[in-house]
Design a protein around this ligand. Structure first.
Ligand code: G4P
Length: 527
């Protein structure tokens, strides 16, 4: 098959949700329906072991496992689907955001009882900033949940895009009769059970079919009215608007009962975009170009602390990767010839033979690959857009034994390069280094890794800051003046970009008003 054909059949997406909405369940069902796993419960079992214990050994072990389970590849209807997991719960961290830069679409899972929840909103903001197309799955209709119309308007309000229902629930909870497929004008009758597949479902044709009305009575009458209402009020589905991130198709179902899952797979294949062009500073790179290029969007330390090896997750941007290929790291000009590159086919870590634009490959290395690095066959390319987000949690860090200050700095630099944490050096002399994170667990992991990998006992102390903004200005003098006037609040990150640290939104607003020549950025792109 030609490169163009291979690219055409790739679909790469992330699955996002608030904890407990049903992401793990849906992921597993998607894999099951695509035939990628045989036994229900295997993804779930991994999740259970991941959260059952906060024991450090366990976290160490899980780091290995999560390398394998954070990217899943499956084949469905001639398409190769790459599903990237975004950790929720206490694992939530900056990594989660960066994963979204490696996908072409997102699948949002919403608990119909809870609507759009905080963790989802944060992830959605990143999708919105990049105009990533979003497919919405409203889960748990087998329970007494919120009114579908209300959920729909909540999604619209949070997404800032039109929600276009592709299906509509008939009843819910005990009276859940099934979903009406609006596009195909038939009803799929609900039957509970984890073992069944869609092709065993009972289908009734036609919204105006008296058989539906008599069988589902009041629930159907209500659904019918609502469908009429949304058909009058909601816009028609427009594929272009979906691809531009202006419309989201909405599905209702129950993941645990395998209900509504196949529709999601079908829509991914039919509507989700194939890999598109990627912007580099030098030029636009097309996915079907013959030469390989890819970006490191995530670096994960591997299981064995003694070897300190890391797996760099590379999203292929163009061309074809082949085992044994020589690659150039654009940042350093160094050549590497990785032989043990892994793919993530149906959750097993397997040696990759070949990969195409849209795929994710894992390259084990000892630190030659950094976050944001570009790999090519020789061309000097720098892709734009790998974001670093302003941390929301801060801690000051000091070393217990002053003689190990150098190790602390080395350790933090390396962990910072890996993206495990952000490290800020205060402008004011003598200030302790500051660590910035998005999830609390990041601090714990860093303290643990400093100890086991660098032999440093770090002391973490509370910090008064909880907000950072990178600062720039077209007027260097104005910038200098601002930094001098606020020296106690200025710190530099790993690439020496200056940031302004504050403890409240109000403080930031005052600064913005007083210094109109300064720009405050909540996000910095890897340069
Ligand atoms: P997450 O990855 O988003 O955190 O969610 P997960 O899939 O683990 O699902 C969270 C809980 O919701 C699980 O129950 C799961 O069984 C349940 N769930 C998922 N889909 C549905 C659904 O369609 N209907 C109903 N009623 N429940 C659903 P749990 O009690 O936390 O775990 P478990 O005891 O089932 O393992």
């Amino acid at each position: 098959m030609s490169i163009a054909n291979e690219v055409d059949r790739r679909r790469t997406f992330a699955i996002i949700s608030h904890p407990d909405a049903g992401k793990t369940t849906l992921t597993e069902k998607l894999l099951l329906f695509a035939g990628a796993i045989q036994i229900a419960g295997s993804v779930k079992a991994r999740k259970a072991s991941r959260h059952a214990s906060s024991d450090w050994m366990e976290i160490e072990k899980q780091r290995g496992i999560s390398v394998a389970s954070s990217v899943m590849q499956m084949e469905y209807r001639d398409c190769v689907i790459n599903l990237l997991d975004t950790p929720g719960h206490q694992d939530f961290s900056e990594d989660t955001y960066r994963v979204l830069t490696a996908v072409d679409a997102a699948l949002m899972v919403i608990d119909a009882g809870n609507g759009v929840e905080p963790q989802t909103i944060r992830l959605l903001q990143v999708c919105r900033a990049r105009n990533t197309p979003i497919i919405t799955f409203i889960n748990k209709l087998d329970r007494e949940v919120r009114e579908p119309l209300e959920l729909l308007s909540e999604i619209e309000a949070h997404l800032g895009m039109d929600a276009v229902p592709f299906s509509w629930p008939v009843g819910m909870g005990r009276s859940f009769g099934g979903v009406f497929d609006i596009r195909h004008n038939h009803m799929r009758v609900f039957k509970a059970g984890e073992e069944r597949r869609n092709d065993q479902d009972e289908i009734i044709e036609g919204l105006d079919n008296p058989a539906i009305a008599s069988r589902f009575g009041e629930a159907f009458a209500k659904a019918n009215e609502e469908i009429e209402l949304i058909q009058a009020a909601a816009p028609e589905f427009d594929h272009e608007a979906f691809l531009a991130g202006q419309q989201t198709p909405v599905f209702f179902g129950s993941a645990i009962n395998n209900f509504g899952v196949q529709e999601v797979l079908d829509v991914l294949v039919e509507l989700a975009p194939k890999p598109g062009p990627r912007e580099a500073l030098q030029r636009t790179v097309q996915p079907q170009e013959p030469k390989f290029s890819g970006v490191v969007f995530k670096v994960q330390a591997n299981m064995d602390p003694a070897h300190r090896d890391r797996v760099a997750f590379v999203r292929v941007s163009s061309g074809r990767f082949e085992r044994g290929m020589k690659l150039k790291v654009a940042r350093t000009g160094k050549e590497i010839r990785p032989n043990n590159v892994v793919s993530f086919l149906s959750q097993r870590r397997e040696l990759v033979e070949e990969a195409y634009a849209g795929d994710v490959i894992g390259i084990p290395n000892h630190g030659v690959l950094h976050l944001g690095d570009v790999l090519t066959e020789g061309e000097n390319l720098q892709f734009t857009g790998l974001p670093f987000f302003a941390p929301e949690l801060f801690q000051a860090v000091e070393v217990k034994d002053p003689l190990r200050i150098k190790q602390l700095r080395i350790g933090l630099t390396q962990l910072g390069e890996e993206g495990a944490i952000q490290v800020f050096r205060p402008e004011a002399a003598g200030g302790a280094l500051l660590l910035g994170a998005i999830g609390q667990l990041q601090f714990e992991v860093v303290a643990h890794r400093l100890k086991t990998e660098y032999g440093v006992e770090a002391r973490m102390m509370p910090s008064r800051y909880n907000m950072a903004r990178w600062i720039t200005s077209e007027d260097p003098k104005a910038l200098r003046k601002f930094m001098d006037a606020n020296a106690a609040h200025i710190a530099y990150d790993v690439v020496d970009a200056a940031a302004f640290l504050v403890s409240s939104q109000a403080q930031l607003r005052v600064a913005q008003e007083l210094y109109p020549a300064i720009e405050f950025h909540a996000m910095r792109e890897h340069a």
